[in-house]
Write a protein that binds this ligand. Sequence first.
Ligand code: CA
Ligand code: CA
Ligand code: CA
Length: 229
Amino acid sequence: MMKADFLTIDANKMKANARWIAILCLFGASPLASAAFLVEVWDLGSSDVTSIAAAEAPMGGPSSASGYYDDVNFNDEFLHYDGEFSGSNSLFPLLLDDTFSLRATAEIIIEDAGTYTFGFNSDDGAVLRLNGVDIVTDDSVHAPRTRLSTFSLSAGSYGIELIYFENHGAGTIELFSALGTYAAFDPGAFRLIGDVAGGGIATTAVPIPPALLLMGSALIGVFFRRRQR
Ligand SMILES: [Ca+2]
Ligand SMILES: [Ca+2]
Ligand SMILES: [Ca+2]
């Protein structure tokens, strides 16, 4: 009897899981494909954060909040600074204003090999990594400013990671790129990474692990078999 009850509960759980996975699969391989940047924030409370090392210190532990965003174009709630891209800013998660750090991760897709300039506008500091290598660094407290770096890329996908920190005053972070070599920001050339509709480089979220997809397929099989009874 006990065993039968346990099996009933388990089957109901599986049916509920299968429904959700089936619904998610109807919307594509990944439900996060249209908002590829995973953005996590760490609220540092009353502690100042004045370096990338200090920003990364809490990142081994759980974040204060996280969410998926199409692109990285944030400013804070009270001292609106548009940066290079105005009009489509997001407020920081949790409406954080001062003394917090942020990590944005995604995979970018380079369709054509060539020379690219990557950069960010930040207040305060940030570092951009491509496949784990620092490519743009601005490790200090300062007013909003743009930093750029130019290099060659082969076609393919690359892991991208942006670490940012806001100490006090205005806070902003934007992440953008352009095909070609640029020593200064050019509004005609640079696009927000992930803003595909606006001409930006395409991104993908971290894929759902194959094992989970297989498990999902099995559960969907269970769900539909049960429906046919
Ligand atoms: Ca902006
Ligand atoms: Ca602020
Ligand atoms: Ca600031």
